[in-house]
Write a protein that binds this ligand. Structure first.
Ligand SMILES: Cc1ncc(COP(=O)(O)O)c(C=O)c1O
Length: 394
């Protein structure tokens, strides 16, 4: 079994018999171990680790991470509400959203740490009369991602205030009298692991222009290996790099900054998988393809169809023969596909899998992040896969 596929055939059959198909299965031990690992790395540098709720807002995951003392990053005030309903204290939530919260004053008064992502949002803060600490999200002009759609920095990205507008931010700060104490940067998800030193140096250059800033939040985006030949980002090493650059900054400027990071995928991605059943097998002739159709699809896991994202797929049977298959979902949509070409949802790429039969169970690995939280709910009126937790062996 690879690290992303943590169920064998027998256990999968038992779970499906009990809960039905399709089914999201999360490994509680893996979630807990990952959170503890992150906390260990952060402790040595007094870095605040936040969980990016958007990756998977399941209440039991938020509760678990809250119990372990992670802080949280919310991408909408609705997500912040979810965390508060799960028992998280508002002061442990950082809110950075494309859309302003419904009630800015209430949000600020609750203790949530608000990150303004545009001048319009700064204006709404000013209207409330609030003067205390506010963060700004900056677009540093640098982006990375496992593809263009998960890249959130650079001129093609609408996230945050463009770095060249720092003089206008300073101007706004002196006119409004509001303290900007934190800068938030998130340049994208799953990109090049080597970019982090460049990213923090660039961020620190921007912070040098903002004298009131005391905290740097470097966002999330740390890659995980979803396939056997992929390599995960070494988050422990990345945190050490961040720490040493912050120390150099302190030596240069006399300013001691506090670090925050907020991974989503790294914490939950490989702790979840999607089980489903083969409902049909068709082919398109001798020059064509063999297609396996599942009782799940983009209404449960959208990443492959949306990004050309690569997930491990395994047929859970005892066949010793293999065949090349394209695995597709059950929605009436050509793009509803589990095995696209890497980074290209327009193209298919057959995978060598166990020779399959209708009724076999199929497992899709690495589905704990942006799976259940990002599904095309309601399409073709298919119900959503249930989500359950097990105690895996890891
Ligand atoms: C602001 C912000 N922080 C953190 C994350 C988490 O990213 P990842 O799941 O790649 O770690 C995201 C994801 O898009 C984000 O937008």
């Amino acid at each position: 079994m690879s690290s992303a596929i943590f169920l064998d055939q027998q256990r999968a059959k038992t779970l499906i018999a009990k809960h039905g198909s399709p089914l999201y299965v999360y490994d509680l031990n893996a979630l807990e171990n990952r959170a503890k690992e992150l906390l260990r790395y952060c402790q040595s540098l007094s870095c605040t680790p936040r969980y990016a709720i958007k990756a998977n807002p399941h209440r039991d995951i938020i509760k678990l991470f809250s119990r372990l003392d992670l802080h949280f990053d919310a991408s909408s005030d609705y997500e912040a509400d979810e965390a508060i309903a799960a028992g998280v204290h508002p002061a442990k939530i950082s809110l950075s959203s494309q859309q302003p919260p419904r009630d800015m004053k209430k949000t600020l008064q609750s203790g949530i740490k608000f990150v303004a992502t545009s001048f319009h949002q700064l204006g709404i803060v000013e209207q409330t009369g609030w003067k205390d600490n506010i963060a700004v999200r900056l677009n540093p002009g640098l982006g990375t991602g496992h593809n263009r759609r998960t890249t959130t920095g650079g001129i093609t990205s609408s996230f945050g205030i463009w770095h060249e507008y720092i003089p206008e931010v300073l101007d706004w700060q002196s006119k409004s009298g509001i303290n900007i104490n934190r800068v938030h940067i998130h340049i994208g998800s799953g990109g090049d692991s080597k970019i982090w030193r460049t990213a923090i140096r660039l961020s620190l250059e921007l912070i040098q222009q903002l004298p009131s800033v005391e905290i740097l939040n470097m966002g999330g985006g740390y890659k995980i290996a979803r396939l056997e030949d992929e390599k995960s980002a070494d988050i422990g090493r990345i945190i050490i790099i961040f720490g040493s650059e912050i120390k150099n900054f302190a030596t240069r400027t006399g300013r001691k900054l506090r670090l925050e990071i907020e991974p989503g995928t790294w914490l939950v991605g490989n702790a979840g998988l999607l089980l489903s059943r083969i409902v049909d097998i068709v082919d398109t002739g001798k020059n064509g393809f063999n297609f396996i159709k599942l009782d799940s699809g983009m209404n449960d896991l959208l990443r492959p169809a949306m990004y050309g994202a690569q997930h491990e797929v395994k047929i859970l049977n005892d066949s010793i023969k293999t065949a090349d298959y394209v695995v597709v979902g059950h929605n009436c949509e050509t793009g509803d596909i589990f095995t696209p070409a890497p980074g290209d949802p327009e193209a298919i790429k057959p995978r060598k899998l166990n020779r399959a039969s209708i009724g076999d169970l199929v497992v899709v690995g690495g589905a704990g992040a942006y799976g259940a939280s990002m599904r095309a709910v309601g399409y073709n009126s298919f119900p959503s896969a249930a989500e359950i937790f097990i105690n895996g062996s890891r």
